[in-house]
Design a binder for this molecule. Sequence first.
Ligand SMILES: Nc1nc2c(c(=O)[nH]1)N[C@H]1C(S)=C(S)[C@@H](COP(=O)(O)OP(=O)(O)OC[C@H]3O[C@@H](n4cnc5c(N)ncnc54)[C@H](O)[C@@H]3O)O[C@H]1N2
Ligand code: MOO
Length: 401
Amino acid sequence: MNGNAFTRLVDYPTALRLVLACAAGSARPMTRVPLAQATGRVAAADILATTCRPPADISAMDGYAFAHDAMAAHAPLPVAGRTVAGDRPEPLAPGHARAILTGARIPAGADCVMAAERMAVVGHAVAPATPLAARGANIRRQGEEFATGTRLVARGQVLDWRHVALLAAQGLRDVPVTRRPRVSVLSNGAELAAGAASACPDSNAPMLASMLGAIGARVSTHAAPTDDVAAQAVHLRAAIGGADIVVTTGGISVGGTDHMLDILRDMGADVVFRGVAIRPGRPLTVLELGGRTIFCLPGNPGAAAICALMFVRPYLRTVMGADTPQPAIPATAGFTADAPAGVTQFIPVTLHHGPDGACCRRVPTVGASDIIAFSRADALLAVTAENPIRAGQVVWGMPLS
Ligand SMILES: Nc1nc2c(c(=O)[nH]1)N[C@H]1C(S)=C(S)[C@@H](COP(=O)(O)OP(=O)(O)OC[C@H]3O[C@@H](n4cnc5c(N)ncnc54)[C@H](O)[C@@H]3O)O[C@H]1N2
Ligand code: MOO
């Protein structure tokens, strides 16, 4: 044992608040990316419409445009020309109709469109075959969808196909986004050395690279496959160099080979908190060093996953400027669960379609070392002594992917 015992655990809400406070001081600078690469990136500025939509009055139908009064009084009207999408049409000659296609600008002088299948063609003229449509019918008015100056995308929006469509329709080719934070992931422990007597493949680094890369981080992975303090310090320094954020796993508990905290303290890091009242994941320790936040996650893969999901992921979203919260999914609990006093317990669940909407079932887990439970689960639930889960109650699942 060493002098790094978990003497003052912070509770989960406090730990999350402290982590997000660290993130608040390190907002990312801006860059521009082509729309095709914008999915998952965070808008770095509000984007306002430079043109309204539709940009002019346009036809909603393939058919005929005409002046309502003229058609009411003098049908059939002779057809003069055709207007298609992309044209700038000549004004309509008085007393005439114009063949028009969907999306085409309405010629000046026309104030009504009827679909072709509702019109009778009489020689070179057209007349309604059904009751005459109302004045203004089948015309999409200029700006009816949005006006010039409308905010199309808010700063902090996580971009997806919906925003890509909107921005592309404005003729934009790229979009201002926050830069991707560089995250160094470092796995610690002599058991990770290929030649170890009882070698343990490193699953934490690939897991974290996958999880954090998926939300936009640029992740590099490092290994300190040793329990030697000096050697671990060398690997840690290499991981810190060039990174905005460092995430280590292993070597953060109180065992004789758990050196991360001592090494970081020797480097001058300030401890933000040491240990959180969560299960699994209690050893999570967060420090700040030279403007970087350093997350020391427990080595147990299940515990490392929970700490990354519940702390590193929201931290990165905040650093990237995302202001939309991670969506949570409501579901009816199909089970009962309690937690000990003073602890937030995270339990994996599956989500199903039930008779009254989504319902969830508990996934069996052997605890912090478990790596298969998450692959069978869809979401995590938080349980406390004050907020136990009772069968039939609506709970909010935090998605795992
Ligand atoms: N006396 C105490 N012992 C422990 C405590 C405690 O409070 N007092 N806390 C326990 C808890 S909770 C956890 S979680 C673990 C965390 O310990 P460490 O963060 O120091 O992790 P290690 O001991 O290095 O490794 C734990 C476990 O995970 C495996 N591991 C490590 N790295 C990887 C990796 N990259 N890929 C896959 N698996 C990895 C490692 O082989 C160990 O089996 O401490 C408890 N002990
Ligand atoms: O809290 Mo540890 O992370 O359970 O095994």
